[in-house]
Design a protein around this ligand. Structure first.
Ligand SMILES: [Zn+2]
Length: 919
């Protein structure tokens, strides 16, 4: 295969040069990954001068050769500093192998010739914009390092520097994108110090692409800037962004055989450089959840999951390495996005991407396009380009895939099949290929399934069996999560956080939605799912691992594979392991009850429906590593969406844990970065396709802004809203002392009568600091929500649909506010003091009356009806409990939730779904 349109990227060793130049960009701020640098920028002048952190070799003078004329030119400060730097400088801390590599490796590209270290030391905006840049170096015009300096500038985080904000040593904290701080490194610590991480860094010079992962890992701990509030962009975000821009800028120059120019500062104040570069995004999109929804078994779904990831990796290799055009900058439920030169998509590249994707899985049906950003300058274009590309992707994924784009191999398969004897049908999984009548699925889907099964055998602690995730009632829940990220990825809401806040001089400057910062925004969300939710919330809530046992049967002539069974009338799934001559249990043993020798187990082979039975001879512990499993299964994580299967009985606890972490890590922006959590409860036997359909509908719930009126404030982050929700917004930074002037702002619905101490304008609204909110203020809130669905019949999946107001026509009380769940659960606890029989009687009386008086009551007229309210109050008061003994507040609250119908919802959740039946 060779792509003629891109051949020049490979010729003349350009490919290698591009990959080397990329590494220089990755490492261009490696000196920031030193303890000394953090000390230096925090006020302890540690380096020999301010640019000594750029000096990555022992003798910069030996590498950077100035021209004879340079003596008479006023040189840029950065150049003077680099050349005059003494120890301590970055080179004193960088491993020798990396120093040698940077010094001895040269990039030859477009007639330019520089050592990597030269690129790093010169690649700064100050050098790039110097009026006589092309006369400074001996026989070199400085263009290549200038491009790096430009990319550094374009990726740059803020135009304006924070006011003060220096952190006190040694406890330097790293913020997430939204003002939640943690200590990621410990200065001077032999394990947790930045120097310690740097010493371990290695560059694999024969596999440069692999080195990226190592650099990214090491640089996660470093910071672009340590001052508040710009201590949120990590060195990893920063370096990855500069590298992607630099690589793409050079690839574009090679492809067009031009050297776009970099001139001087257009605006020093706004840090805008006058230059000719532009960037675009290449997007390769798949309907990931649509594919998952085709799965009949978990193994099918996980097979698709792997296919998507392999397809992304295949495209990545093509675009990042084989024809180095750019780097991945984002990936989510809609597909993968790369930086791309300022060119249209070449037809042969599109074709080759499609071919690579189809090689992995023809059903992926990729939509491939190049997105051009809006705006006149490169910086403006980059701000909104990811959001624009995602928008285009969603639109194109909503269109049915064009038949003509499908490879002719599909039709061939059917024609071939017809020639063979026997009957053929459409495969129920892929719904595309022919399968033999009587076979479960087509050959292709069977292989996908089988390969996933093999992967499980290698790593049996990660279960793929729904029976193992099911709880003691044999029920499970699909947990769906979603962040309302759209207006963040567009850069809009990034500007509701401040880089400068000085109430004394009325200076309030929004943060700049630069590419590096947008990366940090989605990276914070991705990390929330991967680390907080999976590693913390799920594992902690589920507690100890599930156990598996070996059951030895009286006959041993079984076909290997899965069997659905029953023992003593209770469910039991088994997996025949021929070598062991034993059945491994692959369902929750609590659901099966005690199993003893002599018990009869009835079985059904799920594919053939063939029935059989055996008698238990003996039982023993399953051998490691088959003896334990984690009782959850992550199906999907991307910055915006999350899917996992969990035991039904633990699902509410998990939701609560996730919510608490969200409050902690996203609390300062909770009014504008909503979290949606949903639970789809089902019996283990519920078809997966119905469950996935319901999940997709839930994830489509519209994210709606509302107006919330403030009832009371304490001036220190506590807000009581009229709708009875209360928030405690953190008002200090992670050190517990520094006042947070940058993150916790609210948009007022109406301009304030008198200006507040801390306020600024954005998007036509006045944004006011939480401490300056007042009673009676109406603020814009995009609330977090919680919903659940009991999928007791497959047809009920259609109930997970929302109208334009974001309500479920079938259940007008829902979704709940996520922040209300705790209060509702407490009220349920109070109501549960009635006997179960009484609870059911009370609710039945209320709900049948509601139906008799108001019919289906889609508009919730009942909730506003005083006669109905009186009826509900009387019903509660007359129940068999001491109503008068309950506090007046609680009586009011209980009446309110009973009138609205929330109480009936809670009853469904606790009594029907979770079967909390303790009479
Ligand atoms: Zn198939």
């Amino acid at each position: 295969m060779s792509l003629s349109s891109l051949q020049v990227l490979v010729d003349n060793d350009n490919r290698n040069a591009l990959l080397l130049a990329e590494v220089a960009a990755w490492l261009h701020d490696i000196g920031k990954s030193c303890d000394s640098h953090v000390k230096h920028v925090s006020g302890q002048k540690t380096w020999s001068n301010d640019d000594a952190y750029k000096v990555v070799v022992d003798h910069p003078n030996a590498l950077i050769q100035l021209s004879q004329g340079a003596a008479n030119i006023k040189k840029p400060d950065v150049l003077n500093n680099v050349l005059s730097a003494q120890s301590p400088k970055a080179a004193d801390f960088i491993p020798k192998s990396i120093k040698d590599f940077l010094q001895d490796t040269r990039v030859h590209i477009l007639g330019q010739n520089y050592a990597l270290a030269e690129l790093i030391m010169l690649g700064m905006p100050g050098f790039a914009t110097h009026a006589q840049r092309n006369q400074l170096l001996d026989r070199k015009d400085g263009w290549l390092p200038a491009v790096l300096g430009l990319c550094h500038n374009v990726a740059h985080v803020d135009k304006e520097d924070p006011i003060g904000g220096a952190q006190s040593l040694p406890n330097v904290l790293t913020s997430n994108a939204f003002g939640y701080e943690e200590q990621k490194f410990v200065l001077g610590d032999p394990q947790r110090g930045l120097d310690a991480k740097l010493v371990q860094l290695k560059i694999n010079t024969t596999a440069l692409a692999d080195s990226r992962k190592d650099i990214l890992e090491a640089f996660q701990y470093g910071l672009g800037d340590t001052r508040r509030p710009t201590n949120e962009v990590t060195l990893a975000d920063w370096s990855a962004t500069v590298a992607a821009l630099f690589k793409t800028a050079l690839a574009g120059a090679i492809l067009t055989n031009t050297q776009p120019q970099i001139r001087q500062w257009k605006s020093w104040k706004d840090k805008i450089i006058d230059h000719d570069f532009h960037w675009r995004l290449l997007r390769v999109n798949f309907d990931v959840l649509g594919l998952y929804a085709k799965a009949v078994r978990i193994a099918d779904l996980l097979g698709y999951q792997r296919a998507v990831s392999e397809a992304c990796e295949a495209v990545k290799k093509l675009v990042e390495e084989e024809y180095p055009l750019g780097n991945e900058v984002y990936r989510d439920t809609t597909g993968i996005y790369f930086t791309f030169p300022d060119l249209d998509l070449p037809a042969d590249l599109e074709q080759e991407i499609r071919r690579r994707v189809e090689e992995v899985e023809p059903e992926l049906a990729p939509r491939i396009a190049v997105t051009v950003g809006d705006g006149a300058t490169a910086t403006e274009q980059l701000k909104g380009i990811l959001a624009k590309a995602r928008g285009e992707a969603v639109e194109s994924l909503a269109q049915p895939f064009d038949e003509h784009n499908l490879s002719p191999a599909w039709h061939q398969k059917w024609e071939d099949a017809q020639r063979e004897p026997g009957q053929w049908e459409v495969c129920p999984v892929c719904r595309l290929r022919p399968k033999r009548e009587g076979a479960d699925v087509c050959e292709h889907c069977e292989n996908r399934r089988a390969s996933r099964l093999e992967a499980w055998k290698q790593d049996p602690a990660h279960t793929i069996w729904v029976g193992e995730i099911a709880d003691h009632n044999d029920r499970l829940a699909l947990l769906v999560g979603k962040f309302g990220l759209d207006d963040w990825l567009s850069g809009d809401l990034v500007q509701t956080m401040l880089v400068k806040a000085d109430p004394n001089h009325n200076i309030f400057t929004p943060k700049n939605p630069s590419p590096a910062r947008l990366r940090r925004v989605w990276e914070t969300c991705q990390r929330f799912w991967d680390e907080t939710v999976v590693k913390h919330s799920l594992t902690n809530t589920l507690g100890c691992l599930g156990e598996r046992i070996h059951i030895l049967p009286d006959k041993t002539n079984w076909t290997p594979g899965l069997y659905n069974g029953k023992v003593n009338g209770k469910p039991l799934d088994l997996f025949w392991q021929p070598k062991e001559k034993a059945f491994l249990t692959v369902s929750n043993l609590q659901a099966a009850g005690a199993i003893k020798p002599g018990d009869t187990v009835t079985l059904e082979q799920p594919d053939t429906k063939q029935k059989a039975e055996f008698q238990v001879q003996s039982i023993r512990e399953a051998p490691a590593p088959f003896d334990h499993y984690q009782a959850y299964l992550t199906l999907h994580t991307s910055p915006d969406q999350f899917l996992a299967l969990v035991p039904a009985a633990k699902a509410l606890k998990i939701v609560n844990k996730i919510y608490m972490e969200y409050e902690r890590q996203f609390g300062k922006v909770r009014n504008r970065l909503p979290l949606f959590l949903g639970l789809i409860f089902c019996e283990r036997k519920m078809p997966l396709q119905a469950v996935m359909d319901a999940a997709r509908s839930m994830l489509n719930m519209p994210v709606k802004e509302e107006q919330w009126k403030i009832n009371a404030v304490d001036g220190n982050g506590h807000i009581q809203f009229e709708n009875s929700i209360a928030w405690n917004i953190p008002t200090v930074m992670g050190d517990g002392q520094t006042e947070d002037l940058w993150y916790p702002y609210f948009a007022l619905e109406n301009p304030p009568a008198a200006p507040r101490t801390r306020q600024f304008q954005h998007g036509g609204k006045t944004w006011v600091h939480v401490k300056d909110l007042k009673q009676g203020d109406a603020v814009a809130v995009t609330p977090s929500r919680f919903d659940f669905l009991w999928l007791d019949a497959a047809a009920r999946r259609f109930e997970a649909a929302y109208d334009a107001q974001g309500r479920r026509p079938a259940r007008p009380t829902r979704p709940f506010y996520l922040e209300d769940l705790d209060r509702l659960e407490n009220l349920w606890g109070r109501f549960s003091q009635l006997s179960r029989t009484q609870q059911k009687q009370v609710l039945q009386t209320i709900e049948t009356t509601r139906e008799r008086w108001f019919g289906r009551d889609n508009g919730l007229q009942s909730a506003a009806n005083p006669t109905f309210k009186q009826f509900v109050t009387n019903t509660l008061a007359n129940a068999e409990w001491d109503w008068k003994a309950i506090s007046e507040n609680q009586r009011k609250a209980l009446t309110a939730v009973a009138v609205r119908g929330d109480l009936a919802d809670l009853a469904e959740l606790h009594l029907e779904i979770l079967k909390e039946n303790k009479e």
